[in-house]
Design a protein around this ligand. Structure first.
Ligand SMILES: Cc1cc2nc3c(=O)[nH]c(=O)nc-3n(C[C@H](O)[C@H](O)[C@H](O)COP(=O)(O)OP(=O)(O)OC[C@H]3O[C@@H](n4cnc5c(N)ncnc54)[C@H](O)[C@@H]3O)c2cc1C
Ligand code: SF4
Length: 328
């Protein structure tokens, strides 16, 4: 049995109180939302905070509704709430679908969209017990000085493994962060960095308070497709999100695809609009886009499933997502 390390649990009732607690306890503390990722990680001794600062009881962090030209989603809304919300379903169906495909029902009832966006990266050599990792001599991301995936260099390439961010990127969402220095807005496209150790621009003191999606993005045709081992629960081996602006007759004005679970951050595939602009998504265009995606994606051995097979699945899942765009 894996036991939790000892910690104190704080339940602030305002955002300011939570940020102050983080300041008081510094690096000894962490924020917790649903705990569906943090708690297993603490059991694996990947994090050992002496103080957990709970975000779920803070009223200012909840709610889903339209506000000033965008859909506002409070960060502590659960994935179930996002997946079943009528506004999300009608305006941003790919987001509802992505949220509905995270983990399994119990985890979606507890896990939040904020926790999903802030999710730690994952790796075969990292998401293991302390005993397992010690036997291997640890690794760069935690307690060691070598990467068992690349075996060279000083860069961690653990996989970004969250389902909702690729969709949020295709919808031009913005994340709002509040910390000791005040509030800032960051386009989610710029939020992730290519560093498997810490892969977001969020500082440890900052709380992700809400996500804003421009209502104008609702006009895009959206699609999401996910490859995983067991459809009932697993993390993605590959996620594809696509959004397209199209004329009523199906002519593409612009189209964009974001993939994840391959490297440390979700990645926009290049050149899609150049291929599809002014054309309809007929079989030739779909084949060209799928081939382009295959060329650009090079999965690493950072996840337990064979990298060559995951690469072979890229065009398959791109085609599945494009089929949804065609009928959206
Ligand atoms: C068996 C299993 C399967 C899973 N499958 C998937 C999957 O298929 N797809 C997927 O995307 N995820 C999956 N997960 C991971 C997880 O359940 C979800 O990503 C969930 O959305 C995490 O949200 P949470 O609220 O539980 O985050 P927590 O565990 O509470 O927090 C995760 C991290 O984010 C930080 N954090 C949380 N909220 C905030 C905030 N508002 N501001 C600042 N920092 C914050 C925490 O400090 C912590 O570092 C799986 C987990 C398990 C155990
Ligand atoms: S990619 Fe390398 S450094 Fe990063 S978690 Fe995996 S083994 Fe460790």
């Amino acid at each position: 049995m894996l036991r939790l390390p000892p910690f104190r649990y704080h339940r602030p009732s305002t955002i300011a109180e939570a940020v102050a607690l983080r300041g008081e306890h510094g690096g000894e503390s962490m924020y917790i939302a649903g705990g569906t990722d943090l708690i297993p990680n603490m059991k694996h001794r990947l994090f050992e905070p002496a103080h957990l600062i709970a975000l779920k009881g803070i009223p200012g962090l909840g709610g889903i509704g339209e506000e000033g030209g965008h859909l506002r989603i409070g960060s502590v809304e659960t994935l179930t709430a996002v997946a079943t919300n009528e506004l999300v379903q009608s305006r941003f169906p790919a987001l509802a679908e992505a949220a509905a495909h995270v983990a399994g029902p119990q985890l979606r009832n507890a896990g939040t969209i904020g926790g999903n966006v802030c999710l730690d990266t994952r790796c075969t050599y990292y998401n293991q017990t302390a005993f397992w990792r010690e036997a291997l001599g640890f690794c760069l991301k935690k307690d060691g000085d070598v990467c068992h995936v690349t075996r060279v260099g000083k860069k961690c390439v653990a996989a970004h493994s969250a389902d909702t961010p690729p969709v949020l990127m295709t919808l031009d969402a913005i994340v709002v962060l509040v910390g000791p220095e005040g509030e800032r807005e960051v386009p989610i496209r710029d939020f992730f960095v290519a560093d498997g150790i810490v892969n977001t621009l969020r500082t440890p003191e900052e709380i992700l308070t809400e996500i804003r999606i421009p209502l104008s993005s609702a006009a895009r045709r959206q699609a999401y497709a996910k490859l995983r081992q067991r459809k009932s629960i697993d993390f993605p081996l590959l996620t594809v999100a696509i959004a397209a602006d199209m004329e009523a007759d199906g002519t593409v004005l612009s189209i964009e695809a974001v993939v994840t679970a391959l490297g440390s951050r979700p990645r926009v595939l290049s050149g899609w609009s150049e291929v599809a602009q002014g054309r309809t998504l007929d079989d030739d265009v779909v084949d060209e886009l799928a081939a382009r995606a295959y060329k650009q994606c090079h999965p690493l051995e950072n996840i337990v499933v064979d990298a060559d097979w995951r690469r072979a699945m890229v065009p398959v899942y791109v085609k599945r997502a494009l089929a949804k765009v065609r009928i959206a």
